[in-house]
Write a protein that binds this ligand. Structure first.
Ligand SMILES: *[C@@H]1O[C@H](CO)[C@@H](O)[C@H](O)[C@H]1NC(C)=O
Ligand SMILES: *[C@@H]1O[C@H](CO)[C@@H](O)[C@H](O)[C@H]1NC(C)=O
Ligand SMILES: *[C@@H]1O[C@H](CO)[C@@H](O)[C@H](O)[C@H]1NC(C)=O
Ligand SMILES: *[C@@H]1O[C@H](CO)[C@@H](O)[C@H](O)[C@H]1NC(C)=O
Ligand SMILES: *[C@@H]1O[C@H](CO)[C@@H](O)[C@H](O)[C@H]1NC(C)=O
Ligand SMILES: *[C@@H]1O[C@H](CO)[C@@H](O)[C@H](O)[C@H]1NC(C)=O
Length: 396
């Protein structure tokens, strides 16, 4: 029995090694040194069933749900392994229009190129997504409680969504939403049932049990995993498990946090009003929070707690290594002005300063973890689409 486990464990290891060095072209050139090796212990690895790390990934990046942090994880995984990402022509795939392959940079419909990863903002439309992704693609997304979601959305989209334009506070909006909100006005999804909308459904549809069930059924049939922002670390463990990745692969720092000053606490009454106003999103959230915890039960609660501790310890190590003061800072305090996150609405989006004494390789590694998403997209874009012809100023 022991022998079998040892053999199985070696096989898994060799399979992974061969897989990465052949199919994915290896990643040793990108991260030349062994990094923190805190993933699974040998013993634990030997008990896992043999599996191949999944590299065909579709992440539906929903709005204001910690999805930028997940995006950063996808970017780093893809870049380190030289996977092909479908990148948007701009920064989003034609949002809020339904997804269309025409918004994918340099996609040629005649060639029918397939990609490893799609993870930028879009309004989901399966028939078009399927044109780009292999049939063994892992589909996943993330949801957040509509209550804190709405507080965040109000700060961010106050000046974008017409529904918010004539009110000074979220409370004022919720007192009588219909006097400010029109289903057809621009950005209305930022003010109501935005997650429902991002999944491609009508955020103004009447909330009936039959309709809600049918939409939830469609989502459950397409998406293999729905993460929950409130349980981010547990989400990362489930994701790592489902993708057969290492724990290192899902290690991240929280990106785009808001400064303390701009987060407004909500009363119980306001929270109730938000749930009623976003009742489609609320039901969506409740359903997938339930199935999330069913998955945790299958995984094992005890095992989950242990993995979460490992993940948190690993994150702390990386924080100590990479980050000055170990936490996010106000954009005005970011010393490297080239990596200030995109600022929008009334939120103060925080960023990070790196420790100054890092070796070049460590600095690269740390930088990727804090690189704001628009910067990182530009970097990947430049790698995937090098300018034609000789460079004007070669770096060598
Ligand atoms: C990365 O991928 C591109 C195209 O997909 C290929 O041209 C290039 O040689 C690859 N580089 C490495 C290091 O595997
Ligand atoms: C698309 O691919 C086809 C087949 O390889 C090629 O003939 C055509 O020129 C390409 N179109 C563009 C716009 O690059
Ligand atoms: C999935 O795609 C592969 C390769 O293109 C093909 O061989 C296989 O039959 C497809 N499987 C399904 C279920 O469509
Ligand atoms: C906001 O108020 C202005 C002036 O009172 C009015 O013209 C406009 O229609 C209002 N907009 C909305 C979205 O309620
Ligand atoms: C925000 O508040 C928390 C809790 O009060 C505190 O621990 C943290 O340091 C504060 N962050 C900033 C950037 O001031
Ligand atoms: C989500 O599920 C957890 C675990 O069952 C539960 O404690 C929590 O209250 C749920 N959240 C909501 C909003 O129902």
């Amino acid at each position: 029995m022991l022998l079998m486990l040892v053999v199985a464990s070696c096989l898994t290891f060799v399979t992974r090694l061969v897989y990465f060095s052949t199919v994915n072209g290896g990643w040793s050139d990108v991260f030349p040194q062994p990094w923190l090796s805190l993933a699974m212990s040998q013993r634990e690895r030997s008990l896992e069933k043999p599996c191949r790390p999944k590299t065909h990934l579709f992440f539906l990046k929903t709005h204001k749900t910690a999805s930028s942090t997940v995006l950063n994880i996808m970017y780093r995984f893809g870049e380190a392994r030289n996977l092909t990402l479908a990148l948007p022509v701009a920064y989003q795939f034609g949002y809020p229009q339904l997804f269309d392959t025409r918004t994918v940079k340099s996609y040629n419909a005649t060639n029918k190129q397939e990609y490893h990863i799609i993870c930028n903002h879009m309004r989901f439309y399966k028939p078009q997504v399927e044109k780009l992704m292999p049939n063994d693609t892992f589909y996943f997304s993330i949801l957040r409680s509509p209550v804190t979601w709405m507080e965040s959305s109000f700060a961010y989209y106050k000046d974008t969504a017409r529904a918010f334009s004539n009110v000074t506070s979220l409370e004022q909006f919720l007192e009588d939403p219909w006097s400010h909100y029109s289903p057809t006005s621009s950005g209305s999804h930022y003010a109501r049932n935005c997650m429902w909308f991002d999944f491609g459904f009508d955020h103004n549809e009447g909330d009936t049990p039959a309709y809600v069930d049918s939409v939830i059924g469609k989502i459950a049939n397409t998406f293999h995993l729905i993460l929950i922002a409130e349980y981010f670390d547990q989400s990362m463990v489930l994701l790592q498990e489902a993708l057969c990745w290492d724990l290192d692969d899902v290690l991240s720092f929280k990106l785009n946090p808001r400064g303390n000053g701009t987060v407004v606490p909500l009363s119980a009454t306001t929270a109730d009003q938000i749930r009623a106003w976003n009742s489609l999103d609320w039901k969506l959230y409740l359903h997938f929070n339930r199935t999330f915890w069913q998955k945790v039960d299958l995984y094992g609660r005890q095992r989950m707690s242990e993995k979460v501790v490992l993940l948190q310890e690993a994150r702390q190590k990386m924080r100590d290594l990479c980050l000055e003061r170990g936490r996010p800072v106000d954009p005005s305090q970011i010393l490297d002005k080239t990596i200030i996150p995109f600022q929008y609405g009334r939120a103060r989006i925080q960023g990070y300063n790196l420790n100054t004494n890092l070796t070049p390789a460590t600095r690269e590694r740390c930088l990727r973890m804090i690189l704001p998403e628009l910067h990182y997209k530009d970097l990947l874009d430049a790698k995937a689409h090098p300018p034609a012809g000789p460079r004007e100023h070669p770096p060598w």
